[in-house]
Design a protein around this ligand. Sequence first.
Ligand SMILES: [Zn+2]
Length: 409
Amino acid sequence: MTMHTSRLSLIAGFVLLVLEMFASPAQARAPLAVSIDFPGGSAEVLGIDQTTRQIRIAPSAHPNRGWVCWWYLEVTGLEVGEMLTLDVGDAPWATPDRAAVSDDGKTWRQTDRGARHEKRITYRYQATAEKMWFAWGPPFVPADAETLVKRVAKSCERAEAFELCRSREDRPVWAIRFQPPPRQDANDAPPLGLWFQARQHAWESGSSWVAQGLIEWLASDDDRARTLRSKAEIIVVPIMDVDNVASGAGGKNEAPQDHNRDWTDKPYHPAVAAAQANIKALNDAGQFDLFVDLHNPGASSQNPFFYTSPVTLLSEQGAHNLEHFLAAARLEMTGPLAFKGETQESGAKYDKNWQSISKNWVTHNTAKHVVSVTLETAWNTPNSTASGYQTVGRNLGLATERYLRASPR
Ligand SMILES: [Zn+2]
């Protein structure tokens, strides 16, 4: 052996030793990283432990943009099969029992029930891809609304996708309108008019999935959907507060004005002003009958329920129609997220600004026979998934068709 080769083998041995030092399983893993750089993204990273593979987050703070409760993040550096721990805090609204998870950013499932510790919750999830997404609930962002209404409008006769308005930050607020066939005889009664909208509160993503289920059912070949389309003009808005949804803010109680306390003579939000103008025009033409505002309620609700206008605001005919509508909803909204007859009034006891809540404005400003309600779909249950929410939307369509078999006017 020459001096030269022995020096080479010494160097090779040293290189091997160094490689071995870094070859323990934990060290070989790619580092976990978090990104929120996409529409709806929200997470403040409090810490990442690369050894225990734990990520601690809180929802991003958006000053003056409402409750800090929505979170939605992309995680990279995962090894398929490894156990990730995601620790989230710390408002009740921010800590669902189960988180939404996706490995393609489109289809969402739930994690197992997380473990609560004081105000925080820990979800453990075995990675199924190197890049995954986790969120408060199945996300639904403005591009999803646009794609949905354009796709459905293309597939359905006399349906059109349209921009209800531009938001304060100049984003389009997409909606879909189903038109009944033209009347054969000018003496025929004018068509019925129905208005559905979701997401006045940006964090309540489930309500947009309810709207999607409703829209897809309305456009379907189901005989009952055809019947409803043949006699009613129907408008559905999947996202009212596009700005807060896009930026990943909560929206609820935002300054200077919550969307659902903005139903006054001088609305701050263009989407509210546009909805009011459209509803008023239908009402003035003698063709407005039903308004449903889609929301998600508090964390403890296990079933969908309706908020109604205070009984003092209802005419005798309005009260009778409301009862009829709720009975139809009870028959059709059978679950798994089922309406079991629970209602609450949102009057003065509920909120001092009760008169500027959407359904109360509608009750106050439209014909006496109009039914105007808020549907609150439970979000903190094993059925609060994209498909569970869509079933609620389909059931809402069926309830509406049943309710309108007899003329509401
Ligand atoms: Zn709400």
